[in-house]
Design a protein around this ligand. Sequence first.
Ligand code: MN
Ligand code: MN
Length: 462
Amino acid sequence: MKNLTSKTKSCWEAYASPRHRQAMQDLAGRYLDFLSRCKTERETIAYIRDRLLRAGFVQGGKGDKTLSSLHGKTLFAARRGRASLARGLRLICSHVDAPRLDLKQHPLQEQAAVGQAKTHYYGGIRKYQWLARPLALHGVIAREKGESFSFVLGEAPDEPVFSIADLLPHLAAAQAEQPLSKAFEAEKLNLILGHAPLPASGRAGAEQAREDPVKAHILSLLHRKYDVTEEDLYSAEIQAVPAGPARYVGLDSALIGGYGQDDRICAFISLEALLDAPRAAPAHSQCLMFWDKEEIGSEGSTGAKSRFFEYCVQDLLSAWEPETRFSSCMLASRALSADVHAALDPDWQDLHEKLNAAVLGRGPCFCKFTGSKGKYMANDAHPEYVGWLRGILNQKGIPWQMAELGKVDGGGGGTVAMHLAAYGLDIIDCGPAVLSMHSPFELASKADLYASTLAFKAFLQA
Ligand code: MN
Ligand code: MN
């Protein structure tokens, strides 16, 4: 008799064979390397661009494999299919920005014999998670004449790191009485950059050294290393991010721990899914879109609310198929808003509604709608589209699950799905579940990484 109940499947069981486990391990190794190296949107886009170029994609090309990027922070890639663009694209979009601490434009100050950089947090952070831990600086500094350079400090084992001091428990009695929202102040998230005063000999900034000798020393070190002055920091984007590489977690190394997995895990697996394609042209044209600024509402010229995606598709149409209208292509397109989902937290299960919560290791998670309260600010995927998608995954035996973020009225969040849905295309949120989302050390399942890659591949080729 036909089984009438529905149960999620474990990816560990579905992919127990040595062949699958080896492929899972290889993928996890590449992912760990990617996660360790790509900690800003620019570093991530540079990595993606580099792999696409090596696979034969051409920047601004009119050929069958093309890519475009803007400000090094957003990127569109397309591979031509056999079918007309009027039959739509297979599109996967993800975001490459992650919560972090940005240095303010006037960052440098000195107080109590310590040189600090003032920060302004980006995205939804829990401020206490950024205290008393090694941080690295990843940045871009633009000079007056327009040329810019990027730098990383604090990742190599022989380089110093940076840190924000936390209050000692002995003096935390008053703080401990405060609600969490008040206990940690953004203006106290000051990153320690140095402590030693400018040496007396060879004082370039002798005047300043009398007032702020540590700050003068920091400026002289920056000048020696990068030939920059304090004013150059106004035209800079410098991010403080967790220092050090991503790691396997657990005795079985079954989890991956690292910074920025929301949403770089989806950026990575969509790239893997596109590049691991058969040589023959696919049925439908395949596109990947990588966005910036999702964590702050998809604003700006490189976020999902910008017109960049539209310009790129218009370019595709004029290069490949000028007779096809933009609207016909969009209305026939099918998309995944590839983003991570909140995994059922073993210690906070009461905040989830367990029947509709994502579980680690049960495969990519479809989220029919995001938003909050009465589904405000949500794309709500059409049932026909959900039916089509589960058919694709079931046919390949890929475990998947269906979930909501948490209890109704318990909170919520948005993704880029609604911005693309505005074009009339079919779209749904889909991605692996993670624990400790938005923390400096997010956790994802190696099995979900593997199953999600297979799922994205099946979607692109369906
Ligand atoms: Mn996300
Ligand atoms: Mn997020």
